[in-house]
Every structure is written in structure tokens, then in C-alpha cells.
Design a binder for this molecule. Structure first.
Ligand code: ATP
Ligand code: MG
Length: 399
């Protein structure tokens, strides 16, 4: 008898009532997609668990993949036995003997979800604990801080014995909350904002503004690499690369210098919103963090935001830079983000941008130029890449 299953728990989904099936199906699909190379795996789902039958596939490697899947609360290697007291006793003892147990304390945590099973959880704890004490040497029971905690879940269809929980990322499965557009720069913040949004179940499409020849191919590649890294947590991500040079140079010519930054942001938001509309997404995500730079004062956000009614999600709005950096390290975007290539905003940033811009002023300045048609043109010429998890990227379509 050997550990032959992985048992997956998904805490938060259980509160989702009616949508539960949708959530569980998303999660199973996300898991299966990440594990396609292990062809022997079989999946089973119940109301509150997913079971993967290993069929001899290597569980260590699979564990590493599961740790990076959003929506998994915890998981454990499990031994499956029939829900019959003698079989459970055998299983628990065999499982226990496979562990380093000499001199260690242990505890049995039984849970009976099949209420027709003849012993309740207390009786099971005693029965199974007694069986281990009788058949091993040098071990003792400690119910408060055991070295080994053996969990036994008795269900109608089978009983699962597990001893060690690995933590997952938690959150809601990607795709279970709908789709939003992530404004992805080459900086530290926006990839983290994207990750946090996926953690609430959102599917992302990314939008990036580039301004060749002022921004280089390497800056563009950096953003592709960031999107690629984010696919670790999702399926594919569509990346919309918007040609922004004409609009930026027009802004430089037409808008007073201390308002160019605000106007640039407003144009970016208008374009993103139009791509969002065409792609049927319902929200826009940015990496803005209150007070971080001139365009992120409350007054600036207010004036920038004025171009649309679309919900804008700012997961980092109250998060400290220090914590953002730690998150960027955790999701492996940090080292890509700190590559030194310039982004279109850094190049055009004025020496003294307004930190308290006035809406009437910026709309007045913008009114002398036909930005509408420039925006239309930029959206139509946007290049769309489909970034997939297997490190390939291809040009897919132009709008
Ligand atoms: P980041 O670290 O994400 O670049 P930041 O601290 O540099 O953010 P800003 O430059 O003010 O802040 O950008 C604020 C937000 O605007 C970014 O988090 C991103 O969502 C969006 N943004 C900025 N530049 C671009 C760009 N070139 N393409 C797409 N989105 C952008
Ligand atoms: Mg930036």
C-alpha cells in the first residue's frame, strides 16, 4: 500500500453557493492544463475536494506545480482505502510506518463526512491511535503539538489518509470572476497588480503602450517576458501592443508641458477602454499606488479617471513599495521588471509635472486636437500576441 492520490482542498470556493460547480470545474481544468505532461493522472471531484489519482506519476514534481495554482488552499499526498474499519486501520498503520516515526509524537485527526459510518470521529481517533501504539515502538500520542498529524477523512465512496499538508496559493480559480484588461508597463507594480487580480479569479488580457524609436525592442521584449511570467498562474494571456508614438509626440506638441503626463495617461486609458470594449472585458486593472509618483496623487487619478466610467481596479492603491517588491519576488517578475530598459512614460516625463491638475484645463488643452481619430488609428494598428505558458509567442491578428 502506498500513497496513490493527491487530495486538494479549496477553502474559499466552498462559500460560493450556486456557482460552486462552475468554480470547481474551472479549478480542475486549470490544474489539468498545468499537468498535461503527466499522462497517467486521473481527476475526480466531489463537492469540496478534488482528487488526483497518480497512477505512478511522480508526486514531487506534481507538488511543485500545484503550489503555483490559484484557487488551491492546500493539498496532501493521500492513501485511498475502502471505508471499512479494518481497511482504514491497515491503511493508517501502513502509512505511518512509511514515515520516519521512531521517537516521534503523533495524533490522529479523523473526520467522518459519511454520518452512516459506524464510528464517530472520537471513536475513530481512539481506535486508530490505539492500533498504531500497539503495532509500533517508541511513539507516543500528543494531541496539541504532534510531530506527525495523520488526517483521516471517511467518506461514503472511500477513505483518504494524509499526513502532511502543503499550502497552495489560495484565492479563486482564474477565470471564475470574468475578464479584465491589465495595463502592463515594464515596471514593478503592474505585473503584481495583475497577479493579485488573477488571485480573485479574473482572467487577464494585457495592454502595453510602446513608442518606437523612443522605446527599444528590448523594452518590448521585457513586457512580453513579464506577460509570459504571469501565464505561470493562468492559461494563455493576450498581449495588446499599442503603437503610441504618434499620440505621444502630438501631446508633446499640443499640450503645455506640465500637463503632458496627465494627458498621456488619459489617452492610455481611453485606448485601453476601447480595446476592453472590443474584447468584451468589464474592468481595467492598473498598478497605481497612491502617492507614489506625480500621476498618482488623488487629484491626478481623479482627472485621469474622468475619461471613462469603466471600473478601474487598483489592487496596489494602498500597498507599500516594500510589500510590492516582496510580492514581485514571490511571483518571479521582480528580476524582469528591474532590467534597465526605458518605458514610454519615463522618456516623455516632464521636469515638473502637475501634481494637482485641473480637469477643465486638461480638457481645454486637449480640445484643440482630434485625439479621437488618433486613438481609433492606434487601436486599429494594435498588435496582438498570444502568450502561452509553453514559452511560445506568436503574432495572432490585427484588429
Ligand atoms: P509600474 O511599476 O507598473 O510601471 P509605476 O509605479 O511606474 O507603475 P506609473 O508609471 O505612474 O507607475 O504607471 C501607473 C500605471 O499605469 C502602471 O502601473 C500601469 O498599469 C500603467 N502604465 C504605465 N505605463 C504603461 C505602459 N507603457 N503600458 C501600459 N500601461 C502602462
Ligand atoms: Mg512605470
Amino acid at each position: 500500500m502506498e500513497y496513490d492520490h493527491i487530495l486538494i482542498r479549496f477553502g474559499e470556493i466552498t462559500t460560493k453557493g450556486r456557482n460552486r460547480n462552475l468554480f470547481i470545474n474551472k479549478l480542475v481544468n486549470n490544474i489539468a492544463r498545468k499537468l498535461t505532461k503527466f499522462e497517467g493522472l486521473k481527476y475526480e471531484k466531489t463537492r469540496d475536494r478534488i482528487y488526483i489519482r497518480l497512477n505512478g506519476e511522480p508526486h514531487e514534481e506534481i507538488n511543485e506545480v500545484l503550489k503555483n495554482i490559484i484557487g488551491i488552499q492546500s493539498f496532501s499526498l493521500a492513501l485511498k482505502v475502502e471505508s471499512e474499519i479494518e481497511k482504514i486501520k491497515d491503511g493508517v498503520l501502513t502509512a505511518f510506518k512509511q514515515l520516519e516515526h521512531e521517537g516521534k509524537s503523533f495524533k490522529i485527526s479523523a473526520r467522518r463526512s459519511d454520518k452512516n459510518f459506524p464510528c464517530d470521529s472520537n471513536q475513530l481517533n481512539h481506535e486508530l491511535g490505539g492500533h498504531i501504539l500497539k503495532n509500533t515502538r517508541g511513539v507516543y500520542v500528543n494531541v496539541h503539538t504532534p510531530d506527525i498529524n495523520i488526517r483521516v477523512e471517511v467518506r461514503k465512496e472511500a477513505t483518504y489518509i494524509t499526513f502532511k499538508d502543503e499550502r497552495g496559493l489560495g484565492g479563486l480559480p482564474v477565470g471564475s470572476s470574468g475578464k479584465a484588461m491589465l495595463m502592463l508597463s515594464g515596471g514593478l507594480d503592474s505585473p503584481v497588480a495583475g497577479y493579485l487580480s488573477m488571485n480573485r479569479g479574473l482572467t487577464l488580457e494585457a495592454v502595453h503602450f510602446h513608442s518606437p524609436p523612443y522605446t527599444s525592442d528590448r523594452a518590448r521584449q521585457k513586457v512580453i517576458d513579464l506577460a509570459q511570467q504571469l501565464t505561470e498562474f493562468s492559461g494563455t494571456i493576450k498581449l495588446h501592443i499599442v503603437p503610441f508614438t504618434e499620440i505621444q509626440t502630438t501631446i508633446q506638441r499640443q499640450i503645455p508641458e506640465n500637463y503632458t503626463l496627465i494627458s498621456t495617461r488619459r489617452m492610455m486609458l481611453r485606448i485601453t477602454d476601447e480595446i476592453r470594449r472590443r474584447r468584451n472585458a468589464l474592468a481595467i486593472i492598473t498598478g497605481e499606488s497612491l502617492g507614489q509618483v506625480a500621476s498618482q496623487t488623488l487629484e491626478s487619478m481623479h482627472v485621469i479617471n474622468n475619461v471613462t466610467n469603466t471600473p478601474i481596479i487598483r489592487p496596489l492603491v494602498t500597498v507599500d513599495k516594500f510589500d510590492i517588491i516582496n510580492l514581485a519576488k514571490k511571483i518571479n517578475t521582480h528580476d524582469i521588471s528591474i532590467r534597465p530598459y526605458e518605458d514610454c512614460c519615463t522618456i516623455f516625463t516632464p521636469a515638473a509635472p502637475k501634481t494637482r491638475p485641473k480637469l477643465e484645463k486638461v480638457t481645454h488643452y486637449e480640445s484643440y486636437t482630434d485625439f479621437e481619430s488618433l486613438i481609433e488609428k492606434a487601436v486599429n494598428e494594435t498588435e496582438v500576441l498570444t502568450i502561452d505558458g509553453s514559452k511560445k509567442e506568436e503574432i495572432e491578428e490585427l484588429f
